[in-house]
Design a protein around this ligand. Structure first.
Ligand code: DLL
Length: 434
């Protein structure tokens, strides 16, 4: 079943025509309303009149995550705050979060984009959706919530955590659809087994995303929870969950091209790569009002597949992102930049630790582990065990409040973290996520 066949199965020439009209509209209004974009256009000697359609897209300047930091919090909004009805935020590379805003119309489009995916998996208004993505500034919870309500489903706004209660709610309320990160789904599956309630679950579909996950993880989740597990992709800067999602054939995620134009570029040179190449994914939002972006560098590495899909949808499919062109880690669904960890450590008294640290990430029993090893100073080294524990506890708390997740902090002896002659190797990621 398809929610909006007119939009989702539109011939490719019509998609291009629609994108061209919308791109011209977006460039014109952004030039008037967004200083950062206007400056970049001026630097290139470009005027909105030079952009006639998608064929001119590659002439336009890129935008970057650092722009959101430089214009923090509202400097990139294209509508006055009085017309912004919601904000969300995500990790930035430093202590400051990145902030995004939505008009009422943006929220409607977001809900529809999410709902297209629900429809692809035969979710209807008869269904009961348990939203176990985190609510709050993260886009997962409210994004899925909006999509579920748009479909007319019964939405359970559970948020993440409190696992036993999650499962009891799923059973008691008869949830048929589960939305959460794949790693949390797996954890829920394990707990379901322990509680012995699998036969009481009514789940049929799971909408999982926000982090990389493997096909073997998909099979495990499906077996443990007795549902069909679907992949959904998105990022706060462009929309939140629902920029793209799988259809019933699950051979890539359809990017909703009536709202977002994807490109694949060489991350080093910025050149657009030929169809089918693997490179960095770039998005242009052509209907977003509140917080539009032109040629936004997502840093996600993947490829686009323009071949027709068996489902009849004509929108291009993106393959699962296979990595990032920056150093962002996604740990238990939370975006973490090593620079955020460094910032916290630098603020800790120079008497107790040195700036030498290493982050070690692994996946044990399907759960991400996150260890931060920090060299203590000679002075602390000579001190008692109690002082070491106190400093570890203090850093753990500071990291939790800066990153929003728990890390295991270990103070290690002076001069034990391997020095590098070139760039320091700050991160060891032992997970195999693709
Ligand atoms: O993670 C939005 C989202 C919420 C997507 C719920 C899907 C479900 P951010 O916190 O801004 O937004 O993180 C965006 O997460 O650039 C990717 O690197 C990664 N990511 C998101 N979905 C997937 C996925 C949300 N399905 C960043 N597979 C993106 C792999 C994903 N990586």
């Amino acid at each position: 079943m398809i929610l909006n066949p007119q939009m989702e199965c539109m011939p490719r020439e019509e998609i291009k025509k629609l994108q061209s009209e919308r791109l011209v509209w977006q460039v014109k209004r952004m030039y008037e309303k967004v200083e950062c974009f206007r400056n970049r256009m001026d630097e290139k000697g470009l005027k909105p009149e030079d952009i006639h359609g998608v064929e001119d897209l590659s002439k336009l300047p890129f935008s970057y995550k650092s722009d959101l930091r430089d214009y923090y919090p509202y400097g990139l909004f294209a509508e006055p705050l009085s017309d912004i009805v919601r904000v969300h935020a995500s990790s930035g590379t430093t202590g400051k979060r990145i902030v995004v805003g939505y008009t009422e119309n943006d929220l409607k489009i977001w809900a529809e984009c999410f709902a297209r995916m629900l429809a692809a998996f035969d979710v209807t208004k008869e269904d009961i959706i348990q939203v176990s993505y985190g609510y709050g500034l993260f886009t997962g919870g409210l994004g899925a919530h909006g999509g579920g309500e748009y479909m007319g489903c019964t939405v359970i706004p559970m948020s993440s955590g409190n696992t036993q209660l999650q499962i009891q709610t799923m059973v008691d309320f008869g949830a048929t659809v589960l939305c959460c990160t794949p790693s949390y789904a797996l954890y829920l599956g394990e707990e379901v087994e322990k509680m012995g309630v699998k036969d009481q679950l009514k789940l049929k579909v799971g909408i999982f995303g926000a982090e990389p996950w493997t096909e073997s993880m998909r099979k495990e989740i499906e077996a443990k929870l007795g549902l069909k597990a679907c992949d959904i992709y998105g990022l706060s800067e462009i929309l939140g969950p629902g920029v793209s999602g799988e259809c019933e054939y699950q051979e890539g995620m359809h990017v909703w091209e009536d709202h977002f134009i994807p490109e694949i570029i060489d991350p080093d040179t910025g050149e657009v790569l030929p169809e089918g190449s693997t490179g960095e994914l770039v998005f242009t939002t052509i209907t977003k009002e509140g917080f539009p972006l032109i040629r936004y560098r997502t840093r996600d590495i993947c490829s686009l597949n323009y071949e027709p899909c068996k489902c009849g949808r004509t929108h291009v499919r993106m393959r699962k992102p296979t990595g990032r062109s920056d150093d962002m880690l996604i740990i238990r669904g939370v975006n973490v930049f090593p620079s955020q960890v460094e910032e916290v450590l630098l603020k800790v008294s120079g008497d107790s630790i040195t700036p030498n640290y290493q982050i070690v990430v692994d996946r044990v029993n399907n759960n991400d582990t996150f260890d931060v090893n920090v060299e203590m100073s000679e002075k602390l080294f000579a001190d008692d065990v109690k002082s070491v524990e106190r400093v570890e506890g203090m850093i753990t708390e500071k990291l939790r409040s800066a990153l929003g997740i728990g890390a295991k902090v270990h103070l290690v002896n002076p001069n034990t973290i391997k020095r590098s002659e070139g760039k320091a190797k700050r991160v060891i990621d032992n997970r195999k996520l693709v």
